[in-house]
Design a protein around this ligand. Sequence first.
Ligand code: ADP
Ligand code: ASP
Ligand code: MG
Length: 408
Amino acid sequence: MALIVQKYGGTSVADLDCIKLVALRVKALKEQGHKIAVVVSAMAGFTDQLVDWVSEIHNHNDLKEYDSVLSSGEQITAGLLALYLQKLGISSRSWLGWQIPFETNDSYSSARITNVISERLNKAIQSGEIPVVAGFQGISSENRITTLGRGGSDTSAVALAASIGADRCDICTDVEGVFTADPRIVTGAKKIDKITYEEMLEMASQGAKVLQTRSVEMAMKHHVPLQVLSSFSDLPGTFVVDEENIVEQEILSGVTYSREEAKITILNMADKPGVAAALFGPLAEASINVDMIVQNVSSDGKSTDMTFTVPRNDLDKALSVIDSDAINLEFERIESDAYVAKISVIGMGMRSHAGVASKMFNALGDKGINIQVISTSEIKISVLVSEEYTELAVRALHTAYGLDAATK
Ligand code: ADP
Ligand code: ASP
Ligand code: MG
């Protein structure tokens, strides 16, 4: 008998029929003798609709009301699933974030969980009840509802699993696990049986939306055994594990993409000590996350070009910070491009194999794709390309590294 947290994402609870199927799955798991808590997302598309409604009234300036509205989708799903479970003869009730509570910091719209006080919920589980927890939400120190950033129900589930000491956290979704690339773009992508927390963290943070990045961070920190699997089949999914649990390490685990980038270039910037700090300090103060950075060698020792990326949503804000008095820099002009994509290859094997980067550059060059910026970490290489080449680049790299199902 195990203690299991299962999270069901938006497509898995898209309508009443889907929610009924989830109830039957949960019942079957209970009949195997397990103790279970379920975390749910809003019905597919519902949160997007809520964002649109808020945007029509207000440009997200009041993030407290934004969170209050956005958190409502999960409340509906939690209640409906609890009702279906009751109908199947199972004792169940819904729990909202504040009722547990999931305590968070005050960063509305992307709050971090600081504490989960799960004693009452745990008591309910131990008594045989199945709590259905509304994901994606918590409560701030000001007693207001917070949300955890898009895709945040994954993090709710992992935080709950860590807090109650669950044996496993299942992330049930619309694909059979974590694939070597987004299966919606690469038809030959393969399901990965086991992946390390480190690789999964890179995959998620470089754009594989199957898990929210923070959920992987939290699972890694608290050693929560994580499985990503389909809500619609009984096949085992992908297990996210510590490195020592992987016997044969592939060189490369996967290829990811992110269209959420924008590129800024500052041309002919006076090159003297302190310019990078003068530029990136105010951007950081404005909570703008700078990712890739390239500074050209200044041939005359006097001026240089600086290129970097920011989240696409923050492009206008970043440009206005650079243009403001907050930045004391001399430069000729600024160029920006919102139509770029970051393509990354990720794998632990990169640490011990040479030639991974050159293979990437050759594969992209062969397809006539120009690389604008490159950045690397120990287990990842990322390149920035024009957005129109996203699919072509991902597919070309997937083939070049021998990841296509048919080539193995
Ligand atoms: P949920 O609503 O269940 O949380 P998400 O839409 O957040 O589901 O995540 C699942 C989606 O993630 C899949 O439908 C798939 O298109 C996408 N995805 C992107 N990269 C990957 C990958 N490497 N492996 C699996 N799925 C991926
Ligand atoms: N419903 C939220 C979203 O769409 C949270 C989630 O699905 O994980 O982002
Ligand atoms: Mg998700």
